[in-house]
Design a protein around this ligand. Structure first.
Ligand code: NAG
Ligand code: NAG
Ligand code: NAG
Ligand code: NAG
Ligand code: NAG
Ligand code: NAG
Ligand code: NAG
Ligand code: NAG
Ligand code: NAG
Ligand code: NAG
Ligand code: NAG
Length: 207
């Protein structure tokens, strides 16, 4: 086949096109999504008015951490929990670091005993109907395992309001999803930035 000048240009375009597709494919297979966190169980026996006994001031929380990534495991650093009532932090707890495989869901029980929970402050924020407005904030960092390597740490900060009634449990029967308003956006813009850099790198390379 005789080659013309146009053939070279065509070849060049198809090369760029292939690179673009490769970049897109790489982005699709390397992108990660943060685990989803929620509160399944929240019980403070001292707030249970049916029990009529405020001796047991331990707070029991169970967290659900869900790795929705199809083929990436997650290494969690220590997962820190901060429990607060309006304007005051009243307790701190943590889950030791652990590894979670892809598409796995972990349920972690955290109990905040008298040393970790300021009962005086909690008792002070109970309203006359026995309700307390709590807030739970979670802070950790995660690394994703992609085939044989680990990504750098991604910070994860999410939280939610938890309303507790006179039974000492959360009013909402469903799991309470912890969220961060700006987090999803930041993660997407980070991925787009990588993709853009890759494309610019390809286009500016003199072949
Ligand atoms: C509150 O205390 C009562 C009486 O002991 C008990 O029956 C009930 O299960 C407790 N509530 C919760 C949510 O555990
Ligand atoms: C709660 O316990 C106190 C003693 O600790 C008792 O005097 C009171 O009657 C109890 N209230 C109810 C509703 O059982
Ligand atoms: C409250 O419960 C504790 C054990 O959890 C028990 O030792 C204590 O006697 C109880 N108090 C009352 C007033 O029932
Ligand atoms: C406090 O309450 C929890 C949940 O009902 C129970 O498992 C635990 O044994 C109680 N602790 C004490 C010291 O009574
Ligand atoms: C929390 O603090 C803000 C201002 O710092 C105040 O307006 C608000 O009333 C406080 N809320 C409670 C429940 O103390
Ligand atoms: C929990 O930890 C935070 C941050 O380290 C601290 O500001 C707060 O006072 C702690 N709260 C309690 C009840 O220890
Ligand atoms: C617990 O909370 C009370 C009331 O807010 C405060 O006076 C006290 O210093 C707190 N205790 C600790 C150990 O933080
Ligand atoms: C909780 O607060 C009430 C007043 O709001 C007080 O009468 C009660 O003694 C407190 N209970 C404890 C265990 O501190
Ligand atoms: C206590 O708080 C609950 C939930 O926020 C609210 O529905 C209730 O009216 C409050 N009770 C009083 C006496 O303020
Ligand atoms: C969790 O708490 C530990 C101990 O206080 C601290 O070293 C670590 O930096 C905290 N992690 C995050 C993500 O805040
Ligand atoms: C508190 O909320 C739980 C869950 O919604 C509910 O089962 C329980 O009956 C409520 N307790 C009171 C005293 O309203």
């Amino acid at each position: 086949m005789p080659r013309s000048g146009g053939g070279c240009c065509q070849c060049c375009f198809s090369f760029i096109f292939t690179c673009g597709l490769t970049a897109l494919f790489m982005w699709l297979s390397l992108r990660t999504s943060n685990p989803k966190c929620s509160i399944k169980y929240f019980y403070l026996p001292a707030l249970n008015q049916t029990l009529n006994n405020t001796t047991n001031t331990t707070l029991y929380v169970s967290l659900v951490l869900n790795n929705g990534n199809k083929d990436k495991g997650i290494y969690y650093d220590n997962v820190n929990l901060t429990v607060s009532v309006p304007n005051k932090s009243v307790g701190n707890g943590s889950v030791p670091k652990f590894y979670q495989g892809h598409k796995k869901k972990a349920t972690k029980m955290v109990s905040l005993g008298p040393d970790e929970l300021n009962w005086t402050a909690v008792n002070g924020s109970v309203n006359s109907s026995g309700f307390v407005q709590f807030r739970v904030d979670l802070a950790t960092a995660v690394r994703f395992k992609i085939l044989f390597w680990r990504t750098k740490r991604h910070r994860l900060r999410v939280g939610a309001a938890v309303e507790v009634n006179a039974s000492g449990t959360k009013v909402n029967k469903k799991e309470i999803r912890l969220s961060a308003a700006d987090q999803q956006l930041a993660s997407y813009s980070g991925q787009l930035w990588v993709l853009l850099n890759f494309l610019v790198f390809i286009l500016l390379n003199p072949w």
